[in-house]
Write a protein of this length. Structure first.
Length: 226
C-alpha cells in the first residue's frame, strides 16, 4: 500500500470515528455551509479529468475559469497538452465542487492574503481584499480580476490542529509551494513539529500530502506590495 492510500485510509477512519466540527462560512457568504450531517464538507470528491480517480484537492492548476483539480501531478501535464479534450469532465468537476465548503484566501488584485474586514459586495456575495486600495481598484473594473478571483479560494476550510475556521493570513508552504492554513500562529508551530499527526485532518477535507513534503514545509507569508 502506498503512502497516499495509507493517508486516505487514515483520513476516512478519522472522519467516520470522530467527525468534524461544523464549519462557519466565511462572513456568511464566502462558501457553502454544510448541512446537519456535514455533507458539503465530506461529499464524495469529483473525478480527475485525465484519470477516472477521485481528485486530490491539494493538486490543481489555475485557469481563466478557476482551478482544475487532479488526482496526481502527472495528470497536469497531460491536461495542459489537450485541455479541450477534458472540457466536459472539468465542467462536471466544477458542478460537483459548487456545494463544497470553500474560503477566499487571496486578494484578486494583489495576490496577497485577504483581510477579512476588507470586502465589497458583488453579485450578492462578499469579495475580500488585502487592503482598501485593492478594493477600490476592483470596484473600478471587476471584470479585470474575474480570473484571479476564481482562483482565490481554498477547499481547506478548517485548521488541521484545532478544527477551527482557517485564517487566510496564517499558513505554511509545503515543499511544492502549496499552502496549508491554520486558525492561529500557535497552530502552525504545532503542525511543523509533527505534521504526520495532522495528515488525517487534511485528508478528511480532500487534501492529501506526502509526509516528506510536509516535513520540509516552511513559513512563507506574503507581504503587501503597494
Amino acid at each position: 500500500m502506498n503512502n497516499v492510500a495509507k493517508h486516505l485510509m487514515i483520513g476516512s477512519v478519522f472522519a467516520l470515528g470522530l467527525g468534524m466540527t461544523p464549519l462557519m462560512a466565511q462572513h456568511g457568504g464566502q462558501g457553502h455551509g454544510p448541512d446537519e450531517h456535514g455533507k458539503a464538507q465530506h461529499a464524495a470528491l469529483p473525478r480527475c479529468p485525465v484519470v477516472d480517480e477521485p481528485v486530490n484537492l491539494a493538486v490543481s492548476m489555475a485557469t481563466d475559469d478557476g482551478p482544475v483539480f487532479f488526482c496526481c501531478k502527472g495528470c497536469i501535464k497531460k491536461y495542459k497538452a489537450s485541455p479541450d479534450k477534458y472540457a466536459k469532465i472539468v465542467t462536471a468537476q466544477r458542478m460537483a465542487l459548487a456545494s463544497r465548503e470553500k474560503i477566499q484566501v487571496t486578494c484578486p488584485v494583489s495576490g496577497n492574503p485577504v483581510n477579512q474586514d476588507t470586502f465589497v459586495e458583488s453579485n450578492g456575495e462578499k469579495v475580500y481584499f488585502c487592503c482598501k486600495d485593492c478594493a477600490g481598484e476592483y470596484k473600478n473594473n471587476p471584470s479585470k480580476y474575474a480570473s484571479a478571483l476564481a482562483n482565490s479560494y481554498t477547499h481547506q476550510t478548517t485548521c488541521p490542529v484545532m478544527d477551527e475556521e482557517i485564517n487566510p493570513q496564517v499558513f505554511t508552504k509545503t515543499a511544492s509551494g502549496n499552502k496549508i492554513y491554520f486558525c492561529c500562529k500557535g497552530c502552525d508551530k504545532k503542525f511543523a513539529k509533527n505534521p504526520k499527526k495532522y495528515i488525517p485532518k487534511l485528508v478528511a477535507q480532500g487534501l492529501t500530502y506526502e509526509i516528506e513534503e510536509l516535513a520540509t514545509s516552511k513559513d512563507d507569508h506574503a507581504g503587501h506590495n503597494h
